[in-house]
Ligand binder design. Sequence first.
Ligand code: KDG
Length: 315
Amino acid sequence: MSEVLTLGETMVLLTSAEVAPLRMVRNLVVGVAGSESNVAIGLQRLGVPAAWLGRVGDDEFGERIVASLRAEGVDTSGVIRDSSSPTSLMIKEHRTAGVERIVYYRAAGPGSRLQPEDLDLARIAAASLLHVSGITPALSDSAAAAIDLSIETARAASVPVSFAVNYRRTLWSPEEAVPRLRQLASSSDVLFASEREATMLVGAMDAEKQAAAIAELGPRSVLVTLGARGAAAYLEGTSLVRPAVAVPVLDAVGAGDAFAAGFLARWVHDAPPEDCLMTALRCGAFAVSVPGDWVGFPHADELTMVDHPVGEVLR
Ligand code: KDG
């Protein structure tokens, strides 16, 4: 099958190895994170070819990003090395045993210089799916224009568009974001939102109703994630609400991307809605029960592992 194309900003992730305020931390563990490339990794692990397009700094951390994605089998041939600024950083602080705090060093980073000219339009038109998020349009006007062109190109070629709302409050205010996010929702086929993001888009109501209300904006498949409570979906006219797969939660960051990857991996194969949703929920469970934004995402042959009771030993 042809590749799923993802587009956005990927950063080096520095995770505090200790529970402490960042100013007292002695050790940071180096990794890589970016919502769209996380989804690409999730898809690859489930056997769906995926590519990530974006800009990284022309520096060692930029190479680290490319190497990490390549090691996961993600196609990075469209990555641009940009020498105008260093690779962006995401820092994860374990402020208390139960609370993680994330700070970004991405203002004016390579992702903000993404522009329409960076896109390979023929490649987008030949993809099986385009996946973008609401992070990129908040990075800069040129990045927003690139997102618009990618969506326009996909739609003109009948390539379905998947959109994860991913509101980042440090990048823009709700007043700026909401009209833009609603507009992007209206040009997508599949939409992923947390309950809070769904409330931004259509107001506070039951998640099931939110999913249906978002579908009225345009997308035929809408998924509203509810954390430990599972997800509500409105899929081709049918409402579904399913509980999460119960697992110990070690790190909730990345769960939404795992969920999206799981759903899309089945959706691109025209799997029934229930199958798409259950795969998404299983992937979310993998993500939260392993530290790291995407490290724990499942490979295709591991998916049912989370159905086993907690504590069971598989041998
Ligand atoms: O929450 C998972 C991702 O979104 C994270 O790994 C990267 O925060 C991120 C971003 O803005 O791309």
